[in-house]
Design a protein around this ligand. Structure first.
Ligand SMILES: C[S@@+](CC[C@H](N)C(=O)[O-])C[C@H]1O[C@@H](n2cnc3c(N)ncnc32)[C@H](O)[C@@H]1O
Length: 283
């Protein structure tokens, strides 16, 4: 959806744009290729690897900050451009380098330590969290952040493995616990049996709901009049947060349209199949 992103994001010459989710830099590079010479792009990401990737972009119009969504306000106020932004893109989920690196622990297809921190320089890993968590909290996370029907059995088995010192700090071991529980129910499902539980852990480890709520709330002050807000979401939890934000802020923000990936895009990139691009405009 790269073209849909730039076509709807860029709406002014000499504009100021923000990519809140630099990731591996795909969107930022494409946006820069379409910006006029006087426009500027500020990109942020909490991931240190994104910071390293950003260093390769040599362009006077480009600025990168290793930052959380929740700290974006501070950066913009320091740069004296708070309230002057013409377009914001937020592309939720995991970047290519995160999902493809076994050491990051996001993938149930690669064997690595169960880390799952988007910023691996700070905070508790999933391994730390699971080793101190109680069953009620674990139930809550897998049920609410993963919409996983078998949350009780999965939680019970994870706690059992930890208590019996069987819990090995790796993704495939964790995935196998889930697989054993869901083996008979998951036969015809399109998604992997570990998808929902892994998603729930990723959301919890990275405090994603809180971060997204803070960012969305701030966008209405960050954007200039008629500024565009583009959000790409991948699951029902993210969709719900976006819809709630919109319903509470119809005074400030107008819904323009929703775009789903084309058949061709899904064939080329299967992970795009659940994505939805929503476009809003500041009133
Ligand atoms: C789907 S990826 C973005 C991919 C990017 N559009 C590209 O073209 O490569 C999402 C990125 O958002 C970052 N991210 C997620 N939550 C964040 C937060 N609260 N603060 C800052 N960055 C965050 C992740 O580290 C990840 O790199």
């Amino acid at each position: 959806m790269k073209d849909e992103v730039v076509n709807n994001l860029i709406n002014k010459e000499n504009g100021l744009y923000i990519d809140c989710t630099f990731g591996s830099g795909g969107h930022s590079r494409y946006i820069l290729s379409k910006l006029d010479k006087d426009s500027k792009l500020i990109s942020i990401d909490r991931d240190y690897d994104s910071y390293k990737i950003s260093k390769k972009i040599k362009d006077k119009r480009f600025f990168f900050y290793k930052s959380l969504f929740s700290n974006l306000n501070i950066i913009l106020k320091k740069k004296k451009i708070f309230g002057k932004i013409n377009g914001i893109i937020i592309d939720l989920g995991l970047s290519n380098h995160q999902i493809k690196s076994k050491n990051r622990g996001f993938s149930f297809k690669l064997n690595g330590k169960i880390d799952m921190r988007m910023d691996y320089t700070k905070g508790k890993t999933l391994f730390d969290i699971l080793n101190e968590i109680d069953i009620n909290k674990l139930n809550y996370i897998i049920k609410n952040y993963g919409n996983e029907y078998f949350y009780k059995k999965i939680s019970k088995n994870i706690i059992y493995n930890i208590k019996n010192n069987k819990f090995i700090n790796n993704t495939l071991y964790l995935s196998n616990i889930i697989k054993k529980i869901k083996k008979n129910s998951n036969k015809n499902k399109k998604i992997h049996c570990s998808t929902k539980t892994f998603q729930s852990f990723r959301i919890y480890v990275n405090d994603e709901i809180n971060e997204l709520n803070i960012l969305l709330n701030n966008t209405k002050k960050i954007l200039s009049k008629n500024g565009k807000l583009l959000i790409i979401s991948f699951n029902s939890i993210e969709s719900r947060i976006i819809k709630n934000f919109y319903n509470k802020n119809k005074k400030y923000i107008k819904f323009i349209k929703k775009i789903k990936p084309s058949y061709k895009e899904i064939i080329n990139n299967i992970s795009s199949r659940s994505s939805i691009l929503r476009i809003f405009e500041k009133i």
